[in-house]
Ligand binder design. Structure first.
Ligand code: G6Q
Length: 548
């Protein structure tokens, strides 16, 4: 029987945290560290090769105790079990949420609607591996008999951000003789630039779309089809050699002209933003090869098992989720900065933006009541050290509290002179500077004139997590992504929201469909929008005519 969970603001731990916050909100990290010389070793957790130092957070042992109590009172344990059991926890879409099944080992059993889905997952993985090997070896030939040298993934949102991020993150492991590109935007420039130096006879398109109806993706797919056909003598049958699909919609795939033998399926229990390790990762597998792809899945699975089984006080996703919630709901922090000190992770913050904000940017609880607390914070970030010369000023001396996640690796994939020591010195220096700052006395002692002192003071007390891993490998990437997936889940459970739907993206789509004919109609349409939208449409129509 599921236990009765009180609304968030009525939970005991929530109210205890609110009271506790009053007592600790002014406490400075300088004092917390001075009072406990072992804090930096104590407030750490390590699992599956990831080391989390959370000591530079504005917490005491009591804070942690109450946050963990909040997780318990929120039924987090039961909800984790429900997710892994395949229960339909995405209530507004009546779907199971089983990205964890995508990386379950062969012998596992996860049952959805009476069927073990793990064998299906592995059948698709085997089919992807077979296809990837043929393309990579040159056994798969294009229409004119040439091997494929270029792969273009066409998809958007969850069917793009994961593949782009993973390709960039794992470039070191990729087949350098091949070119990989990603087209997502309906802006024609995206497609035009992606193909401008490519040979259609050597170019393979992967049309990645769960629904195979998404406006941007289908527009780009048809443009790609025209481009490919134009370069291959207009022969329809060439489509089968140059286009494959990743989708759940076989009927639409066939209608497009793609041989469904070259369609790689997935299931409605895989959400778009949780799909990069499904067939949506086909471009990733083509780039890094099946063995590396499986190593990535193994990394995901290790983190899944850690999340499922580790006690919450040592559970990395739970700890990170709780800390994020502490700042979001009690300190009123509106954002979280994700700062990877690893050039290959340059698209990781963009990927996380969808994962976190599409999941937890929700205004009502599971039962439809308006929340009375803040839900998902804004995630943003750039790789270090670049950000240090740009927006870090605001993090150090601005008026907002911005909790930061620093991500770094002990070893670089490209050892060159002193670079890596310098890079890592910057990670440690930033977390130190943010936490401890520089007092007016310290500034004065350096001989700074009085009038300049306030400008040069660093208040400090700016919280951060530091995540350290050995080296960026496919396996580590899997662990990192799963860490954030489950941290998002942890927060969503406490907020009692549906982290797996995305109704907020619908309205704009519907309105765009209404406006498209109003822009394209030859005759002046009768416009019934507000006066601003009407005027913008008229102005565009006028300028469009003038440009002809
Ligand atoms: C993700 C969302 C969304 C989706 C895209 C693409 O969780 O559902 O970003 O991935 O809208 O959808 P298709 O894969 O159906 O084209």
């Amino acid at each position: 029987m599921t236990k009765q969970i009180a609304p968030l603001t009525e939970r005991q731990a929530w109210n205890a945290l609110a009271a506790h916050h009053q007592n600790v909100r002014e406490l400075h990290l300088r004092k917390l560290f001075a009072d406990d010389p072992k804090r930096g070793e104590r407030m750490t957790a390590e699992a599956v090769g990831l080391y989390l130092d959370y000591s530079k957070n504005r917490i005491t042992d009591e804070t942690l105790k109450l946050l963990l109590q909040l997780a318990d009172e929120s039924g987090l344990r039961e909800r984790i079990d429900a997710m892994f059991r395949g229960e339909k926890i995405n209530v507004t879409e009546n779907r199971a949420v089983l990205h964890v099944a995508l990386r379950a080992p062969g012998g596992a059993s996860i049952v959805v609607d009476g069927e073990n889905v793990v064998p299906q997952v592995h059948a698709v993985l085997d089919k992807m591996a077979d296809f990837s090997s043929r393309v990579r070896s040159g056994a798969w030939k294009g229409h004119t008999g040439k091997r494929m040298r270029n792969v273009i993934n066409i998809g958007i949102g969850g069917s793009d951000l994961g593949p782009v991020m993973a390709y960039e993150a794992l470039k070191h492991y990729s087949e350098r003789a091949m070119t990989f590109r990603f087209v997502s935007n309906v802006d024609s420039t995206d497609f035009a630039e992606a193909v401008q130096d490519l040979e259609p006879a050597e170019t393979l398109f992967i049309i990645s779309s769960k629904t195979f109806t998404t406006l941007e993706t289908m527009t780009n797919a048809h443009t790609a089809r025209d481009w490919s056909l134009a370069g291959l003598g207009g022969e329809e049958k060439s489509v089968a050699r140059h286009f494959v699909a990743v989708s759940t919609n076989a009927a639409e795939v066939a209608k497009f002209g793609i041989d469904t033998a070259n369609m790689f399926g997935f299931w409605d229990w895989v959400g778009g933003r949780y799909s990069m390790d499904s067939a949506i990762g086909l471009s990733t597998m083509l780039a890094i090869g099946p063995d590396n792809f499986r190593a990535m899945l193994d990394g995901f699975h290790q983190m899944d098992e850690h999340f499922r089984t580790a006690p919450f006080e040592r559970n990395l996703p739970v700890l990170m989720g709780l800390l994020s919630l502490w700042y979001n709901d009690f300190f009123g922090a509106q954002t979280v900065a994700v700062l990877p000190y690893e050039q290959y992770l340059k698209r990781f913050p963009a990927y996380l933006q969808q994962l976190t904000m599409e999941s937890n940017g929700k205004h009502v609880t599971l039962d439809g009541n308006k929340v009375t607390y803040d839900t998902g914070p804004i995630y943003w970030g750039e790789p270090g050290t670049n950000g240090q010369h740009s927006f870090y000023q605001l993090i150090h001396q601005g008026t907002r509290l911005i909790p930061c996640d620093f991500i770094a690796f002990n070893k670089t994939l490209n050892p060159l002179g002193r670079h890596h020591d310098i890079l890592l010195a910057n990670v440690f220096a930033q977390t130190e500077a943010l936490a401890f700052g520089k007092t007016p006395d310290q500034v004065k002692a350096e001989g700074t004139p009085d009038w300049l002192v306030p400008h040069r003071v660093f208040e400090g007390n700016r919280p951060s997590n530091t995540l350290l891993a050995e080296r960026l490998t496919p396996e580590t990437l899997g662990k990192l992504i799963a860490l954030y997936e489950h941290s998002v889940f942890t927060q969503g459970v406490i907020w009692n929201i549906d982290s797996f739907d995305q109704w907020g993206v619908e309205l704009g789509k519907v309105l765009a469909q209404r406006i498209i004919p109003e822009l394209e109609n030859k005759t002046e349409p009768a416009l019934a929008h507000d006066s601003s939208t009407n005027a913008l449409i008229r102005r565009y129509r006028m300028r469009k005519e003038a440009a002809r």
